[in-house]
Each structure stands twice: as structure tokens, then as C-alpha cells.
Design a protein around this ligand. Sequence first.
Ligand code: ADP
Ligand code: MG
Length: 182
Amino acid sequence: MEDISLHLLDLAQNSIAAEATLVEIYIKEITEKGCMYLRIHDNGKGMDQQQLDKISDPFYTTRTSRKVGLGVPLFKASAEATGGYMRINSAQNKGTILEALFYTNHIDCLPLGKPEESLAALIFLNSEVDFVYCHEVNSRQFRFDTREVRKILGEVSITEPEVIDWIKKHIKSGLDELYGGA
Ligand SMILES: Nc1ncnc2c1ncn2[C@@H]1O[C@H](COP(=O)(O)OP(=O)(O)O)[C@@H](O)[C@H]1O
Ligand SMILES: [Mg+2]
């Protein structure tokens, strides 16, 4: 995987495959500590203990189209390569929480990439699922919630190209502000 945002896109697709209706992505960066904490929380069907025990095994998948599952083990490897970790907590019929810590100063740390692109793709491809994206850098916070966007849109679909484009720009400018730009 080229960057962390592509991992997020991939992992959120697991949540959607697990029939989640709400996927919350939370990122917290603490510059002074050189760390980035990520959490993906969904309300999908979750996993039982046996599935949880297997999930870090790169050959485990419940999909039938191909025999190996790689999304989770690759993400774990990306976090561990920086000296960080990845953990999963899940309860059947309640949901799943996946957490990871990346040490961003480590030479092997992937760049964050473009969260606005991943979010836009997720929203466009899964119009019936709600997403929350909350990103903190030190004491600043940016929060985006598709439920709020839907309220403003009324009858207009969230997948309209103009809306998707606005979402992308809105998240991008939120991130620029977080990082002390514009
Ligand atoms: N958020 C989630 N909720 C429920 N099950 C999950 C979730 N994430 C992963 N899983 C389970 O773990 C398996 C492995 O996931 P992954 O490594 O991404 O491979 P793949 O998506 O190719 O199956 C999935 O097939 C699924 O059974
Ligand atoms: Mg997957």
C-alpha cells in the first residue's frame, strides 16, 4: 500500500462488507511525539473470537472470490514497521474497532496521502452508509459527518458530482488549516 489513506479506504471497505451503516474514522497526530493514532470504528456485524484470532494471518479471509485476505495484515505490518502497533476489538452484532499507531518520524512510515480522496470514494461508492471523519493535529480538530451534509442537502443526493467535489475540497481545506496552512 502506497499511503495510509489507501489503507483507510481498504479497511473501511471491510466495515462496509460487514454491513456497517456508520463508519467513524478518527486520526490524532501529536507532532511533538512524532506519532499518529488511527481508529476505524464501525457498527457492522463484527467478528467472533475465532475470526479475531485468525485476522492477522495473511491467509485468512471470509471472502470467496480469492483465497487470501491481506488488508488487515498489510496495515498491521505498515504500523509495526514504524515501531507502532495495530489492534482489533470486535463484538458480534455490535461492530469492530481497529486501532493503530504509526511513528511518523520513522524512515519506513508511509505518508498520510490524501484522506479527502479516500473519503470521497467511500461516500460515492456507498451512498447509503454514513461516515464520520475526525482528524486532530495537536490541539486543532477537523470534523466531517455525512449525516450533517445530508441534512443540508435535503432531496439532493450525496453522490452528485458537485457534492462529491465539494466534500473533497471541504476536507482538503480543513486539513490545510489543521496543518497550519491557509
Ligand atoms: N470491520 C470488520 N468487520 C467484520 N469483519 C471484518 C472486518 N475487517 C475484517 N474482517 C474480517 O477479516 C477478514 C480479513 O480481512 P482482510 O485482511 O481485509 O481481507 P479481505 O478483505 O480480503 O477478506 C475479512 O474477510 C472479514 O471476515
Ligand atoms: Mg479487506
